[in-house]
Design a protein around this ligand. Sequence first.
Ligand code: TXA
Ligand code: MG
Length: 338
Amino acid sequence: MKTQILSQGDTLAAAKILKAGGVVAIPTETVYGLAANAFDDAAVKKIFIAKGRPSDNPLIVHISKVDEIRDLVQDFTAEAQKLADTFWPGPLTIILKKSDAISKIVSGGLDSVAVRLPGHPVARKVIRETGFPLVAPSANTSGSPSPTSAAHVIADLDGKIDAIVDAGSCKVGIESTVVSLCEYVPKILRPGAVTFEQLNRVLGNVKIDDAVLNPLGEGVRPISPGTKYRHYAPKTKVIILKGDRDAYVDYINNIRSVKNVAALCYDEDIPYLKVPAISYGRESDPNLQAEKLFNALREIDKIENVDTVYARCPAQSGIGLAVYNRLLRAAGFNVVEI
Ligand code: TXA
Ligand code: MG
């Protein structure tokens, strides 16, 4: 299949492909999503095939107006309405009990559904012009870092999808916060740009799922099937070093046992490092770290003859928690205190 590259002004062409049962990568403010008509199971199945995604990993349904959620869920609860009023359009995904309009293919066999109203105007325009809600997982090959530019989508999915709408790079850079309202106490299944602190202020009480910062225990079934799978990982092995700049620089510059080492660090670390280094932003700017992380992970694989990359550990408050969560998964939870 030839993958068409569409400009962001060409949303009608994207909508036409989607209405005909095709799959199109679209920009959102978080990452690019691989979209299909949420009510067309044959189209939705194409997403799983193109990404190589396990069929038990459910998809997020994207809408263009708040009211569109009512057909997708059993009950648009008062809590959910409060979240929608405060954070939509934006990088927040809300999980509620699903209605019969949502097929098992979309929900991965669960009785719940994840819904998001994206902040990116091009995403909303494509949904509106298609006339259906769109399911859209991140538009990467399953397991690799999520795509924050059309070039990333092309690197993974060229020839496997009908089209890409190119609207430049994504401002947030990491996927939406996923919060489940199906638990006794609302629970963050995936941290993102809508932070724990912000959700706590609106809901009064919110928990962070264990799987956000810990590897899954043997035989444990996660609430979010996505956390079961290896994710965000470049081909190069990633190890996180937890410590300040002096300790980090010292550790890397004195590694003797391993050859072919690189650093995934802050801008300010670079002048002190004697190995090839890729920055994922400034130390004081966690929003920039989120924006740059996935591109940096992809860049690491382009450095020649590097087997292991040592990552500077991000701070864990606010959006930093989301950056840390993605890096932990990229590293397979391999963290060294220095
Ligand atoms: O920012 C985003 O959320 C992007 C853009 C394209 O909107 N989408 C995205 O989708 O990241 P995806 O499929 O890559 O990640 C969705 C995550 C997965 O880990 C999945 O397991 C979880 O949300 N999820 C989806 N529906 C769920 C449900 N009903 N219950 C629990 N977890 C669910
Ligand atoms: Mg994904």
